[in-house]
Design a protein around this ligand. Structure first.
Ligand SMILES: Cc1cc2nc3c(=O)[nH]c(=O)nc-3n(C[C@H](O)[C@H](O)[C@H](O)COP(=O)(O)OP(=O)(O)OC[C@H]3O[C@@H](n4cnc5c(N)ncnc54)[C@H](O)[C@@H]3O)c2cc1C
Length: 569
């Protein structure tokens, strides 16, 4: 029987933060970049408190194309520093987070030999956009040679190769027969970004018992040395004093600064959307590769197999972070055009969309630069006019989170006059520790660490990496029941509440598992998980009903589902 009377782990963390009333570094925003800073500081022995107003990794960090990539097209913007760092970080993450980051074979279909070649050098020089055009073979070849050069740090991924039309079509027969070449190279895919973020966060907590991270807590103001926080669950307001405050609110950085009484105009985010298709024919056509190309209007497009589904994205549209980002019907039409452009013989329809999502990239303010060509590099701004220094992060991709966390932490250490004790480069992340990399090693690992788990062993290993051993140990010690057709179980849910600070039903279906992403979040599944979660968290019947309704409204509105709302009690 599950004990519903005890305080949840999240509430215990919150109570500790309130009791202490102060910390060394307060981090506002629990996307991947705030989380990465939290881990780095904790590893230096610096106490930190991280507050996130929604769930961890639910902002821009939940809206990515799931790529850990060098960003070959940023070469065109002249962003060599960023591309070099990104490629190094990609190679690093393949080593330190092998449970979530996997090599991804990527193919660019090419329709012409020369196009784009004249526009590109102009962009190298001016960092401005000319009229975007589809890239020709010569330009792509030049980019890939440079890209390979940046990859020469141990050969984590194979070099690129170029094929002519005949051999390209032999490899990918569903491609448009008008193509002239294909270029194939390797980047990396991250199949569970939100879980990777949780792993980084957990590393931070384990490294320093005086560091805390709490979700559903918002920074709403500043009084001298103190930041005013609001617990969005209870509505309670309280303050925490800090020696340094770091604003890692992503696209909302200016709005957070405004709440703190500082006016800034750093940000100029752009919206990007994706759809997820349950489409076996399209999935088979990709042959396990990402198909990546630039459309005739200059925007980047990807068609990409993930979790037995096909992810298609993305768009790049100036956006107001005060408005929720949504994937519109026009964006879907655009995606369908693109699929048709590459795989003309494969029909696609709206019924095949099982999930959609949209988010705002935390890009720097850009005046006359077209959205697709705005710098993807990051910078840190210091405001030392108040009683406490306030650092704001501007930009920062998923790919570079480790290096960014270290760079940002160095700025904080400088302000605190504290030394760096260790680097996170090469340090395994969470369940990436001792992760078995071959089929044989995986079988042996499961045999010794997941006794009796049978076929569930694979699911646990994919979801938690080698942390699966602790999870399975816990699951086995009590009565366990499958949920969502076996995608989850009651004991695992309890584990998530205890160790991963679950507060809402949406935390489970959107971020702790892939239930919504693959299209399995129907009314019955949500009811079943709400029952089990309500029992663990001690929800009343009214709380359960309201939680279910809120989650369904969110899934329908933000993710394009059409789950009927339950009748009001
Ligand atoms: C469409 C799209 C595709 C992308 N694809 C890729 C990709 O394939 N690869 C890649 O490397 N990058 C990609 N990115 C970029 C990457 O996702 C983001 O740059 C990165 O996740 C930013 O993380 P962050 O922590 O800085 O911001 P966020 O993840 O947005 O985190 C900021 C957090 O601050 C919180 N917050 C805001 N205000 C407050 C407050 N007052 N109090 C407390 N909390 C607050 C928010 O709730 C939010 O969770 C993509 C982005 C988008 C939108």
């Amino acid at each position: 029987m599950i004990d519903s009377t005890r305080t949840s782990r999240r509430d215990a963390q919150l109570a500790a933060v309130k009791d202490a009333g102060r910390t060394t570094v307060l981090i506002i925003g629990g996307g991947i970049n705030g989380i990465s800073l939290f881990r780095d500081l904790s590893l230096q022995g610096v106490d930190a408190v991280l507050v996130e107003r929604n769930d961890f990794a639910s902002g821009a960090s939940a809206a990515s194309s799931h790529m850990i990539h060098g960003g070959i097209r940023y070469l065109e913007n002249g962003e060599f520093r960023l591309v070099r760092e990104s490629v190094q970080e990609r190679n690093g993450l393949l080593r330190i987070a092998p449970h979530y980051v996997k090599p991804l074979q990527t193919t660019i279909p090419i329709y012409s030999t020369f196009s784009g070649i004249l526009a590109a050098p102009l962009r190298f020089l001016t960092h401005r956009s000319g009229k975007p055009q589809e890239r020709g073979a010569v330009l792509i070849k030049a980019g890939l040679v440079l890209y390979d050069t940046f990859s020469r740090d141990g050969g984590s991924v194979p070099r690129h190769r170029f094929l002519g039309r005949r051999r390209s079509l032999a490899e990918l027969p569903a491609l448009d027969t008008d193509i002239k070449y294909t270029a194939t190279y390797y980047d990396a895919s991250m199949h569970d970004p939100e879980r990777l973020a949780l792993d980084v966060l957990q590393d931070g907590r384990s490294a320093n018992e005086d560091s805390y991270a709490v979700n559903y807590v918002e920074a709403i103001g500043r009084r001298g040395r103190e930041i005013v926080l609001r617990d969005r669950q209870s509505g309670d307001e309280f303050t925490v004093a800090a020696d340094v405050v770091v604003n890692t609110s992503g696209p909302w950085t200016d709005l957070t600064n405004e709440a703190l009484g500082t006016e800034t105009r750093f940000m100029g985010g752009t919206k990007g959307s994706h759809i997820v298709l349950d489409h076996p024919e399209l999935l088979a056509a990709t042959q396990g590769r990402e198909i990546f190309f630039e459309h005739s209007d200059g925007r980047i497009v990807l068609i990409y197999p993930l979790k037995g589904r096909v992810l298609v994205g993305t768009t790049d549209i100036d956006a107001d972070p005060r408005q929720p980002a949504r994937c519109t019907e026009e964006e879907i039409d655009y995606f369908f055009d693109l699929i048709h452009h590459v795989f003309p013989k494969i029909p696609v329809s709206r019924e095949q969309i099982v999930f959609r999502f949209s988010g705002i990239r935390p890009l720097p303010r850009h005046e006359d630069t077209a959205p697709g060509f705005v710098s993807r590099d990051y910078r840190v701004e210091l405001d030392d006019s108040g009683e406490v220094p306030l650092l704001s992060l501007v930009g920062g991709k998923w790919t570079t989170f480790r290096a960014l966390g270290e760079a940002l932490s160095d700025r904080v250490l400088g302000l605190l006059d504290r030394p760096r004790k260790t680097s996170t480069a090469g340090m395994p992340i969470g369940g990436g520790h001792g992760f078995p990399r071959t089929v044989r090693a995986r079988e042996a690992w499961k045999k010794s660490n997941l006794p009796g788990a049978a076929e569930r062993g694979d699911q646990l290993l994919v979801r938690y990496g080698t942390r699966a051993a602790e999870v399975w140990d816990f699951v086995r010690q009590g009565e366990d029941r499958p949920l969502a057709g076996g995608a989850l179980s009651t004991r695992e849910l309890q584990w998530m509440v205890d160790h991963e600070l679950v507060v809402r039903l949406a935390d489970i279906v959107l971020r702790r598992t892939s239930i919504a992403f693959v299209g399995d979040a129907d009314g019955a599944v949500l009811e079943e998980i709400a029952d089990a979660l309500g029992e663990i968290l001690g929800w009343s019947a009214e709380q359960r009903a309201s939680e279910l309704r809120t989650t369904i409204e969110l899934l329908n509105d933000a993710h394009g589902l059409s789950i009927p709302l339950p009748a009001r009690p």
